[in-house]
Design a protein around this ligand. Structure first.
Ligand code: BGC
Ligand code: CA
Length: 290
């Protein structure tokens, strides 16, 4: 029997300057991700390798599916609805009023279909960003004093929201009121400061463990959110691992996005998407309901 390599680079897809925000759509078997600095949303249909790139910007930082097949995308200071066929903006769903030095970063839909999206200081220094929630009632700010808003995930019963402000080097665990779409207090922080790099994008597997990409740490880690232990680490041949999501027919492939290093000169595989075959099943992202 030929053994399948555990870690592979998806070499036949576009390379990103700042690859981010992978999501898997099980109905179509398509993986989406963004290149924040390349102003592109990329997608790969796994069954036949069909790749598509659409231009959306500036700074497309996160892409989520909605109920009727369009894409909810965060760009610099806006949330927009995008046609996945041609990349045209159908309408603007929300605009935030922050300084010119801020932009949106990671987002996710909660189990009720609201969008939770955060902003960051593009200089990555000051806590001048926020976390917002968007639903049919409009946009609300649910957290302030954020420097680089990242990694968002919910427990399977949606009573807990996991969240990352990267420079804090920890995962914040909040009680989440899913019927209201509100944070109801901090439960604890999971400290990852003994790991290399800054915690960035995050997903949750079917056993309730968190998978976190470590920016500058060249790895993804699996974290037990009950006792805070890092139970697995998988190193990648790219230093700037940015985010991860589960996909593939059995939902046991972890797709990891990466960014090019600052010099953008390396001939290494940084900036590509990697796939890792795992023995654990993941979860699928929620769709936005607007
Ligand atoms: C941002 C990057 C940032 C990194 C640091 C990412 O989510 O998009 O711009 O450098 O987080 O953690
Ligand atoms: Ca991120």
């Amino acid at each position: 029997m030929v053994s399948v390599p555990r870690l592979m680079v998806l070499g036949n897809v576009p390379r990103s300057m700042l690859g981010e925000g992978p999501i898997w759509l099980p109905e179509s078997g398509v993986l989406y991700w963004v290149d924040i600095f390349g102003d592109r949303i990329h997608s790969l249909r796994l069954s036949d390798g069909f790749v598509k790139s659409i231009k959306v910007g500036p700074y497309p930082s996160c892409v989520m599916p909605n109920d009727d097949g369009n894409l909810v995308v965060t760009i610099k200071d806006k949330v927009v609805l995008v046609d996945p066929i041609n990349g045209s903006v159908i309408r603007t769903l929300a605009t935030v009023n922050e300084g010119a030095g801020n932009r949106f970063n990671d987002c996710k839909c909660d189990p009720m279909g609201r969008l939770v999206a955060g902003t960051m200081d593009m200089n990555e220094r000051s806590p001048i960003g926020s976390l917002y929630i968007l639903d049919s009632g409009g946009l609300r700010r649910i957290l302030g004093s954020v420097t680089i808003s990242n990694g968002i995930a919910w427990s399977s019963d949606a009573s807990v929201m996991y969240y990352i402000d990267s420079p804090t080097r920890r995962i914040s665990v909040f009680k989440y009121n899913v019927s209201e779409g509100a944070l109801e207090g901090l439960i604890k922080h999971i400290d990852l400061s003994n790991m290399p790099g800054l915690p960035d994008g995050m997903t949750i597997d079917s056993e309730g463990y968190l998978w976190v990409a470590l920016w500058g740490g060249g790895r993804v880690v699996r974290v037990n959110p009950i006792n805070d232990n890092v139970v697995e680490q998988i190193e990648l041949p790219a230093q700037y691992t940015t985010s991860c999501t589960f996909g593939g027919v059995d939902l046991k492939t972890l797709f990891v996005t990466t960014a090019m290093d600052e010099s953008r000169q390396t001939s290494g595989p940084d900036g590509y998407v990697f796939s890792i075959n795992l023995n654990v099943k993941g979860t699928v992202v929620n769709k936005c309901r607007f």
